[in-house]
Design a protein around this ligand. Structure first.
Ligand SMILES: *[C@@H]1O[C@H](CO)[C@@H](O)[C@H](O)[C@H]1NC(C)=O
Ligand SMILES: *[C@@H]1O[C@H](CO)[C@@H](O)[C@H](O)[C@H]1NC(C)=O
Length: 131
């Protein structure tokens, strides 16, 4: 059993909490970004990641914590889901810049959202000008 599931089972008295060590992520084109979240809740929740920008909204992945993930076709091959609910997107493009929203839904139906901001920079690290 995953550690994150144990945490969920042990914290029955609590409502859902989502903690993010960093809510802004910056990564270069073709690099990868980890959206790290720490979730506590009751039972095995459903995790959903969505992308949102001015122009579009797009579902990225959804899974029941501990189970296999449904990854949206356009993200297949560049998305990795982690047992703690976190998400990694690799092979980044400029269009990936925007708002990433995670929704945690418990079996009971109650849910909570958290948003993170990704900025994809045009230059790879080797091309950065010295400060
Ligand atoms: C979640 O798991 C990923 C992959 O193992 C790890 O890199 C990340 O630090 C974890 N996040 C938290 C908040 O524990
Ligand atoms: C994953 O996809 C299957 C088949 O489309 C669907 O039945 C299931 O509910 C989905 N799971 C989640 C967590 O969205």
């Amino acid at each position: 059993m995953h550690v994150s599931l144990l945490l969920c089972l042990l914290s029955k008295a609590q409502a859902i909490t989502i903690q993010v060590p960093r809510n802004t992520v910056t990564a270069p084109v073709q690099g990868s970004a980890l959206f790290s979240v720490d979730i506590t809740c009751i039972g095995a929740p459903t995790i959903r990641w969505m992308f949102s920008s001015v122009n579009r909204q797009q579902s990225i992945a959804a899974w029941v914590l501990g189970g296999s993930a449904n990854v949206t076709q356009m993200y297949e091959g560049r998305v990795q889901t982690h047992p703690n609910g976190s998400l990694t997107i690799s092979n980044l493009r400029l269009q990936d810049s925007g708002y990433y929203i995670v929704t945690v839904t418990e079996m009971s139906g109650s849910s909570k959202d958290m948003g993170l901001v990704l900025t994809v920079t045009e230059h790879t690290e080797t091309e950065l000008q010295p400060l």
